[in-house]
Design a protein around this ligand. Sequence first.
Ligand SMILES: [Zn+2]
Ligand SMILES: [Zn+2]
Length: 342
Amino acid sequence: MKALVYNGPGQIDLTDIDEPTPAPGEVLLAVDAAGVCGTDRHIVAGELGVAPGTVPGHEIAGTIVDIGPGVQGWEPGARVASFGQVSCGVCLACRSGQPNRCRRPAVLGMARQGGFAEKVALPTSCLIALPDSISDSVGAIASDAIATPYHALTTIGGLRPGETVVIIGAGGLGLHAVQLARLCGATRVVAVDPVAGARDAALAVGADAVLDPASEDVPAKALRRLARGASLVLECVGRAETVELGLAALAPGGRLVVVGVGAARPQLPPLAMFIGSELSVLGSFGSTPAEIETVIALIAAGRLDVSLSVQREVPLSEAAPIFTKPFGTARTVLIPDEEDAQ
Ligand SMILES: [Zn+2]
Ligand SMILES: [Zn+2]
């Protein structure tokens, strides 16, 4: 089968490799769509120490074409989305229903073969049924670009009706965060992004106000004015200055949830202020299969506008060059080549 194989820093190549065989408890999927995440670009840049020979891709939608020994409850022909990692199932986090906190995870496309291929083998613990009304591409990105902000805002951030929410970074995650915040009852949602197109998209999906941090001398002051005191800030960028901006926007008692991954070491405000205002800073990582199922149900019910969620679809065989082009905010999804399409 054809697959995009990571062959060392800066190198990803379309290669013929052996089709995987589903192990006990696994199914074989024909990949219908695989989302390209910022993480994949970091993998290809060689920043994450992924072994050469790995097929990246952790946002997958596909159709079951074969089932391994012992699989029950799934049949060939079923359309599914996938949780982005294979969790151990036995650690305390897994047994507590938080497999995203698993101590021994095998992330798809990093520690085991991912979805930038014609086929991928996955354990049934990763599978979430995909209703016919949801497209392959939206199903693929639901597991990360939609479920990740859902987990961050609700499970970690504890969002309640009537709150004022700031979303920093209005790209793949932020665009859905704006909608999810409204859906959960936020009375005011402000999105921050230096890219005009991202701000326009945030307004189109329901942000009440947007801020271009690059156009302000003191972005924190402008953000406080726009947000009128944020009780919850979601940081989707992963840089020190954006975390610090989020902290500066918080009203007393406010929570900052950080989703953006990076090596930055942001500064806390002076402790007298941090403690006196009872601020919280919380990390949020991924989501759980149950949360993916919830966001898929929200999409199927028409509660989320996913018309802007996928900006382009690229056939697998033409995709290698996009990984080494400059990082953009566009959400790209890889799809099967024409001749392979059913
Ligand atoms: Zn991702
Ligand atoms: Zn575990």
